[in-house]
Write a protein that binds this ligand. Structure first.
Ligand code: UP5
Ligand code: MG
Length: 206
């Protein structure tokens, strides 16, 4: 990777704030490679022969953060894979565009990722989707009817909210101090939130 050729946008926000939904829309508009840390962990959990399956399963159900080495490794592998296919999603005019969803959600991850990949991708921007716990809970309970996710139940959701407040908010504040956060209210409709998010992303590629 060449630092001048990589854009990394982190997407953060509470459980059910709409990170995945909005990332999917941004991919259509901006040709990002979308990497969801949660999706990568769920795939690793289900991979036959994985040494981390049980650990990931427990963390996800309990709403705690999987040790950062595991998640960072999965992200790095996925980023390198994306690099191989230069014609694929995430490449625009010879530059790579990554949308990293749900990561870093704890300070140690943020610092380690920056250190490992400092020449590559100190993030260009963090998009922070925010809404109330009431809205997030409602969305997650609706999703639970079809998602099959082991953490879409009231007990796990409450634990995820706590982890988010205790571990992830400090990461967002860390980036806010660097002036790198664009906060977007994700309470309105998917369309309205998307319009806001597009405007923010447009600015970095302008
Ligand atoms: N929806 C979305 N937007 C809407 C809108 N504007 N109006 C109405 N409805 C809207 O959306 C959730 C639901 O709401 C969907 O049904 C959607 O249609 C609807 P979604 O876009 O899925 O929200 P998202 O923010 O992505 O919610 P998600 O549940 O994925 O967030 P989490 O942060 O909880 O989950 P994630 O997959 O990132 O992580 C899961 C677990 O993995 C963590 O708890 C943790 O244990 C582990 N993890 C780590 O350990 N380390 C990491 O680095 C990352 C994850
Ligand atoms: Mg998600």
């Amino acid at each position: 990777f060449d630092s001048n050729k990589v854009t990394v946008v982190f997407v953060l926000g509470g459980p059910g704030a709409g990170k995945g939904t909005q990332c999917a829309r941004l991919v259509q508009d901006f040709n990002f490679c979308h990497l969801s840390a949660g999706d990568l962990l769920r795939a690793e959990q289900d991979r036959e022969g994985s040494t981390y399956g049980d650990l990931i399963k427990t963390c996800i159900r309990e709403g705690t953060i999987v040790p950062m080495e595991v998640t960072i490794k999965l992200l790095e592998v996925a980023m390198l894979d994306a690099r191989k296919d230069k014609t694929g999603l995430g490449w625009q005019d010879g530059k790579a565009r990554f949308l990293i969803d749900g990561f870093p959600r704890k300070m140690d991850q943020a610092l380690k990722f920056e250190e490992d990949l400092v020449q590559v991708c100190v993030s260009s921007l963090t998009i922070f989707f925010t809404t109330t716990e009431e809205v997030m809970l409602k969305r997650l309970l609706v999703r639970s009817e079809t998602s099959g996710r082991a953490d879409d139940n009231v007990e796990s959701i409450k634990k995820r909210f706590n982890t988010y407040k205790e571990q992830t908010m400090p990461v967002i504040e860390h980036y806010q101090k660097q002036g790198k956060v664009s906060e977007i209210d994700s309470s309105p409709s998917v369309e309205e939130v998307h319009a806001q998010a597009s405007e923010v992303v447009n600015k970095i590629f302008a």
